[in-house]
Each structure stands twice: as C-alpha cells, then as structure tokens.
Design a protein around this ligand. Sequence first.
Ligand code: GLN
Length: 217
Amino acid sequence: MARVSPQNLILNPNDAPSASTSLKIGVLALQGAFLEHANMLRKLGATPVEVRLPQDLDELDGLIIPGGESTTIGKLAAQFNLIQPLHGFIQQGKAVWGTCAGLIFLAKDIGQTLNGGHVIPQRLEVLDIKVDRNAFGRQVDSFEADLSLTFSPEPFRAVFIRAPKIEAVGEGVQVIARLADGTIVAAHRDNLLVTAFHPELTDDPRFHQYFLAMIGQ
Ligand code: GLN
C-alpha cells in the first residue's frame, strides 16, 4: 500500500472528503467514545469496524483507540487478549491512532514504572512520548481551545476532557498540534498518531483525514 505523507497535505476544514472508500478502519470498542469515531469515518467514506477480539483486527487498514478511561481500556484489552495482537498489528506497519485515553495507552512514558508494575502488560508503550496523564487537573475537567496545526492553515477547535498533555517527544516524533501556550497535544511517528483531545466530538474532519492519509490508498 502506498504511503503518502500527510504533512504534505494542506487540509482545510471544508475540503471534500478524501477518496478513502476502500479503507477498513477498526475502532477499539471496549469502552469510551468509539461510536463517534465510527460516525466520522463513515462520513469520510471509510468503513468502520468495531474491534473487541483479536480476530477483529484481521484485514483492517488501521485502528483507532478512542478516549475513555485508559486504566479500564488497558484492563479490558489485557482480559480480551488483545495486547500481543495489537503489538503485531503495529509491527506490520498498520496505522494506529490513539485519542486521549488511547494516547495514554500508546505512550512509552506516563510517569510510572513499565506496565505500571502489572505482571500482564496493560498498555502498549510503543510511542516515545512523555505524558502527564491528568495534566489539566480536576479544576478544568473539560474545555475547548483553538490549536495551531502543522498540516493545515486554519486553527482547529478542540475538545479536551480530562486530557493528558505531551510533555516531551522522543527523536523522530513529529509534533503536529499545539495549544496557544505551546503545549504539545498531537504527535505522529511513522504509523502511530496520538491526540490528547477528541476530534470525533467536533464536526471538523481534519484529524480523521490526516489519519486516513497516513494509510493512503
Ligand atoms: N484522563 C483519562 C485517562 O487517564 C483520559 C480521558 C479521556 O480519554 N477523555 O484515561
């Protein structure tokens, strides 16, 4: 499958949906905001597939790990024997996008010991980013803010819900969105994408388009 660089795309909020009809995109449906991702994918012409079991990953072109509660998603993923198959999926080069809790699930460093001390891994720990899990604190549980994007000239109005913050990115990880104060809230490396906010809760399809462009046709 040809890989295009989404960094070379200039996406505008009102761009016509990209031709992504043939793409089958899984949405991990253990807990959290998976229906909204599926709706957005459908609007862009892709086919969403709910993923709960390892065999649900077969024949997918990419996978979204939604927001929700990362501890719960991790426990369920371990119980459903999804951790190893998800590692395999990523190693095959398939694209994976984690939003909010999904970002925490993919991050290498969330300020805990490896696997949070669990005997059975409950997170993937594949993307070299350092994350502050409840960065915005209880005072500001949810908020909206305009982000500046590297791949599109228009700001992106983003919804944050008990959101994590990316404190630092490792070598080769590209920062693709920031808050006005410079806080990093989205990053991309190879086949991995993470966003600290919830693009599926807005009408703006640019992050979903970005993800589909990572996969290409
Ligand atoms: N802070 C939550 C967690 O730790 C994530 C919140 C979200 O996904 N909206 O899982």
